[in-house]
Design a protein around this ligand. Structure first.
Ligand code: MN
Length: 291
């Protein structure tokens, strides 16, 4: 069995811009929680927004990224985005945006016009995925993974399902193309049910509990808003839903990139020299501009 190594709960939430009230669960700028190839995860836990009466939508205005990928998973609410590579659109409920910043991009992320007007429940994950050194300068682009194009695979014994955002489960391929091998599974475990999951031994494994309470391997329990880190070993993990609540979780596993990580704000490179270069490139307008 893959044993639980640690259960971690972020102790504070902060605003990203004025649209995302997030709980940081891990970050390459903080303590290493063994999540390589995943750099950072901010969880915007369920939050009710009133209709926005102002002229401007809530969110984050123009800002750059370079050297990695941002993955936005929309559980509730909608995010509108535009970028310097000419992209733009709305990430709707159930959709995922997998953006490869690569050589550099400038984008903005706001509540959509429709969501700004209606207000309501908002819940998102933003996950940062590292790129190996050889791919840090690929041209910026993004994959819009619409809800209907994300494969859903049932768990055994009618225990629930996993949505395959990336990777592979039971021979079914996930929706996203990735630069290194990883799994991003968005799972539901029904109340009173159990499931056994396994990922390759070469992968690190972490799991975020988004709803409910889960017991792992018949021992450790974790609740909503907690990050569960597992030993880097082979074997299965048994999950059991505790109590009468359905469990929602996000499973992250992947082959570690195992290269130096040097982060500075929205840039993640392999060395301080590359960070200086990224800042110069951005300041010289080489990331382009939003049309
Ligand atoms: Mn961004």
């Amino acid at each position: 069995m893959r044993q639980v190594r640690e259960i971690y709960r972020a102790n504070s939430r902060h605003w990203v811009g004025d649209g995302f009230w997030v709980q940081p669960l891990f970050s390459h700028m903080g303590e290493d929680r063994g999540t390589d190839p995943f750099l950072m995860l901010d969880y915007a836990a369920p939050y009710n927004f009133a209709p926005n009466e102002r002229r401007h939508p809530r969110g984050v205005g123009q800002h750059p990224h370079k050297g990695f990928e941002t993955v936005t998973i929309a559980y509730h609410g909608e995010v509108a985005h535009r970028d310097s590579a000419g992209g733009g659109g709305v990430i709707k409920e159930g959709d995922v945006q997998w953006m490869t910043a690569g050589a550099g991009i400038i984008h903005e992320e706001f509540h959509s016009e429709a969501f700004s007007q209606s207000g309501g429940l908002f819940e998102m994950v933003q996950l940062w995925v590292n790129l190996p050194a050889k791919d840090k300068n690929v041209p910026a682009h993004y994959q819009h993974l619409a809800k209907e194009n994300i494969p859903v695979v049932a768990l055994a014994d009618d225990a629930g399902h996993v949505r395959l955002i990336a990777g592979e489960y039971a021979g079914v391929a996930g929706a996203a193309r990735t630069y290194t091998e990883m799994n991003v599974w968005d799972g539901v475990l029904k109340a009173g049910h159990e499931a056994v999951l396994a990922v390759p031994e070469s992968h690190t494994l972490s799991l975020v509990v988004l709803r409910g309470r889960v017991r792992f391997n018949g021992k450790e329990e974790a609740a909503a808003g907690q990050l569960v880190g597992f030993e880097h070993s082979g074997g299965e993990v048994q999950l059991a839903a505790v109590g009468d609540e359905e469990v929602k979780f996000l499973l992250l596993s992947g082959v570690p990139i195992a290269e130096p990580v040097v982060g500075y704000g929205p840039f993640v490179m392999n060395s301080a020299e590359e960070i200086h270069q990224a800042i110069n490139d951005f300041n010289s307008g080489r990331f382009g501009q939003i049309a």
